[in-house]
Design a binder for this molecule. Structure first.
Ligand code: AMP
Length: 225
């Protein structure tokens, strides 16, 4: 199965994507995670990515498509794919369709997690992560036992450069202007089913709703085969 997971920043995409990928045995490709890993190498590409990311701007389409098309040829992609954070513009969605056509594997579904703007700002600005092991916390909803220290490895937690309130507002604005049209693209110009799930309830409830949606898509997929 090939799925796209969409939603505004802070809707819980990362957490939900990991859970869904595990449950359904899909390769999870997060464009944001792939870009952060590239930045960490200090490469020229990584430096270019950093300029856009720290300003809360979208990375240009040609760079994104290049990096993601490469990642999609990774081992494991043929057993199923969960794309998270990509595509974020209509041009990226069109490029993705072309890539999947080359692989003869069209998208089965697009899952959209929705959330209120104020809840998003509160979620994102409280988010901290461990630079060592990657574990994610929320200072209000999921705090570490010791102030700002990772429970697993004791490392001091950090806030992502783009998780401050002004950058979050900028990212939300980008989402409305550039990414919401992608949902319209899938509704109007693609055969993939679009399913919306409310991301405001507690994470476990959202996971249950998404799991149910994927099961339904998967049974439709089997009946088509
Ligand atoms: P995320 O972790 O998904 O919120 O992504 C972090 C940042 O990476 C975004 O604010 C963008 O600057 C960049 N980014 C991630 N995915 C994309 C994409 N598909 N298109 C353009 N920029 C992206």
């Amino acid at each position: 199965m090939r799925l796209v997971l969409m939603g505004p920043p802070g809707a819980g995409k990362g957490t939900q994507a990991k859970r869904l990928a595990e449950e359904f045995g899909l390769l999870h490709l997060s464009s944001g995670d792939i870009f952060r890993a590239e930045r960490a190498t200090g490469s020229e590409l990584g430096k270019k990515l950093a300029e856009y990311m720290d300003a809360g701007e979208l990375v240009p389409d040609d760079i994104v498509v290049d990096v993601m098309a490469k990642a999609m040829t990774d081992d494991g992609a043929e057993q199923g794919l969960l794309l998270d954070g990509f595509p974020r513009t209509v041009a990226q969605a069109e490029a993705l369709d072309r890539e999947l056509e080359k692989l003869s594997s069209p998208l089965d579904g697009v899952l959209v997690i929705t959330a209120d703007d104020d809840a998003i700002v509160q979620r994102i600005t409280g988010r901290r992560s461990c630079p060592d092991c990657g574990r994610v916390y929320h200072m209000q909803f999921m705090p570490p036992a010791e102030d700002e220290q990772c429970d697993d490895c004791g490392t001091k937690l950090i806030q992502r450069e783009d998780d401050t309130e002004s950058v979050v507002r900028q990212r939300l604005d980008n989402y409305k202007r550039q990414t919401e049209p992608v949902i319209r693209y899938y509704r109007e110009r693609s055969r993939a089913s679009v399913v919306e799930v409310d991301g405001n309830p507690a994470p476990d409830e959202v996971t249950a709703a998404l799991t149910q949606a994927v099961r339904k898509l998967s049974s439709q997929d089997e009946s088509k085969a």
